[in-house]
Design a protein around this ligand. Structure first.
Ligand code: SF4
Ligand code: SF4
Length: 386
């Protein structure tokens, strides 16, 4: 069966009920059928069937999709939107290579993007400042096990402190932490770009790096919900016993710690103020573990927490906020309005992309609110006398 046939067949499962539409962030922004899941599925099908040909405006409508998977989560007919989107993006990428105007447009938008330039500048600054580098092994007295840490492509550069905090907590729970030196991006970025061959290559490299170590380790832990979601889907994306092993052993640190803290009693110092929780789309729609964040943070005594409405994506969506900053900012504004209402000085987010997006938006609005990863908050509140 050709890729086109597969897309067409999967898209035919959509019964056009429209139940997904109110949950789609781009529909909330544009209020048009084309910018809804039902509209996109019809457009992907028409492209696959050869009833439509790719143009710049059509490419942009399809590319506006944030990949939040809210539609898939809500669909009563269980339409596999992510598979339709992955295969269609692959076809679009191939078409783009043969259509210079679209290709130029993308290259231009990336090169001219201010956020992307500032991201590159930030990475340069971090490297110059010599952030603490990661040791590869942390022996624990009376260890109850060992876990492997997935740092991915941005981990050591942007999240060094978060990684160190995660290791501190895993050690406190009795786990040695091993960081395989040779590891790759989880593949989510190439997946979004429609470069499925590139994604499979990265997945293969990670499988080769991690699975042989699983004979002495219980789990593969990621600190970024987006990577955790991709790792969990390795077996859905690639058939084989190794990809199955990789997927079955992959956990987001939130879920892993939540279970670990049920077995190991650790005390945390109380917080003075109420905290706000952001639930990422990966945690809610891909991992389907949104309650884990609340349960984990409930270990910190204090006045409690409030969870921001997680129905609609914040607009970060990996590199999306760099590609379509106006849509991303519009979606973030709704969240910031909620944050202002709850008058808290602490926002907890377990997704790197979302955290950067919030930090940028809060700064722009002059709001002095700290955005922190849950493991950093837990590590900060960890009582010294353990
Ligand atoms: S909810 Fe499912 S079946 Fe209904 S329109 Fe959306 S994708 Fe199609
Ligand atoms: S994945 Fe998200 S943005 Fe894309 S069509 Fe579905 S709900 Fe809309």
């Amino acid at each position: 069966m050709t890729v086109q046939h597969t897309i067409s067949q999967l898209a035919s499962q959509c019964v056009l009920c429209g139940l997904c539409i109110p949950h789609c962030p781009t529909y909330r922004v544009f209020h048009t059928e084309n910018e809804s899941p039902r509209g996109r599925i019809s457009l992907f099908k028409a492209l696959a069937d050869g009833d439509l040909s790719l143009s710049d405006p059509l490419f942009e409508i399809l590319d506006h999709c944030l990949g939040c998977r809210a539609c898939e989560n809500m669909c009563p007919s269980q339409v596999n939107y992510s598979r339709i989107s992955d295969l269609s993006r692959q076809l679009l990428a191939e078409t783009i290579h043969s259509q210079q105007p679209v290709k130029q447009k993308i290259a231009q938008s990336v090169l001219q993007n201010r956020s992307l330039r500032s991201l590159a500048k930030l990475s340069g600054q971090l490297m110059k400042k010599g952030q603490p580098s990661l040791a590869h092994y942390y022996p624990v007295d009376n260890a109850i096990g060992q876990v492997l840490l997935f740092t991915g492509c941005t981990g050591e550069l942007f999240e060094t402190q978060t990684l160190l905090d995660g290791i501190k907590l895993l050690n406190a729970c009795g786990y040695n932490v091993l960081i395989p030196e040779v590891q790759q991006c989880c593949g989510a970025i190439k997946r979004r770009q429609g470069d499925l061959d590139g994604m499979y290559e990265q997945m293969h490299e990670n499988i080769e790096a991690f699975t042989p170590l699983l004979k002495d380790s219980q789990a593969i832990i990621s600190l970024n919900n987006h990577c955790s979601g991709q790792l969990r889907e390795y077996h859905d994306l690639m058939v084989g016993s190794d990809s199955e092993m990789m997927a079955q052993h992959s956990f987001d640190i939130i879920t892993f710690l939540q279970h670990a803290l049920q077995k190991k009693k650790i005390s945390f110092q109380p917080l003075e103020h109420k905290i706000l929780l952001h639930t990422s789309c990966s945690l809610k729609n891909v991992l389907k573990e949104e309650s884990a964040l609340q349960s984990l943070l409930a270990h910190i005594p204090g006045p409690g927490m409030h969870t921001l409405d997680a129905q609609i994506c914040c607009g970060a969506a990996g590199s999306y906020r760099l590609q379509y900053p106006e849509i991303a900012e519009q979606l973030l504004d709704d969240k910031i309005q909620q944050i202002v209402l709850y008058n808290s000085s602490l926002l907890v987010s377990s997704n790197l992309g979302c955290s950067l997006h919030y930090k940028q938006g809060l700064k722009k609005q002059g709001l002095d609110i700290e955005v922190i990863h849950p493991v950093s908050l837990l590590a900060r509140q960890l009582s010294v006398e353990r």
